[in-house]
Design a protein around this ligand. Sequence first.
Ligand code: SF4
Ligand code: FES
Length: 248
Amino acid sequence: MNLTLKIWRQLNSESKGSMVKYSVSDVSPDMSFLEMMDFLNNQLINKGEDPVAFDHDCREGICGMCSMFINGEAHGPDRLVTTCQLHMRKFKDGETITIEPFRANAFPVIKDLVVDRSAFDRVQQAGGFVSVNTSGNTQDANSIPIEKYDADRAFDAATCIGCGACVASCKNASAMLFVSAKVSQYSLLPQGKVEATDRVRSMVKQMDQEGFGNCTNTGACEVECPKGISLENIARMNREYLSTLLKS
Ligand code: SF4
Ligand code: FES
């Protein structure tokens, strides 16, 4: 495949970026999108040019690092995959592909396609955990029976990899899908109920402080989420948050 790539280049967080055009030839349809980017970078390095900076770690859909906005969609045109799981056969020979970083005020660009998603870490640190006694006499979690329906919903929520595609896809740059997944993975389980009130309050407060926008139920986040996190998590978090307000 021969392709034209229009890629966002930005030296650092202070500089003004711009789209730069590159041509790549002899791309295999079986390459992953990141392998194609490696291929481009090898060519740039051989020419003595600065390679394109992009985030990646696991390259198997687990770490959530590969935050690219491809042809106007977070993680590209395929559904339920991350950029590292996207294959070049999803594109046509001769196509022009536009590649940008995930854009949101709360995700400032560090360089080229790399953004700072530490806002998500701070939301997690605000309450995305359960406090357990680790003194050696911790109760085995499996000794508490949990309804299959609840266990499945909690597991579905826990598959969120914190990639940020939901924020990048939302016209308001809202983080509600991410935060609601992190709240829901505990709120359906008995272990999560003890700190439920503090958790939802603290995480929502931190989310607002980080500058994410409000949710207006457009649903773009659910469509672009590589893990299929459902909007029902947002409804669950809203109910939980409302009930904490009624209690106070
Ligand atoms: S909810 Fe989906 S899109 Fe958002 S961070 Fe989690 S996995 Fe990524
Ligand atoms: S590199 Fe880990 S999810 Fe893509």
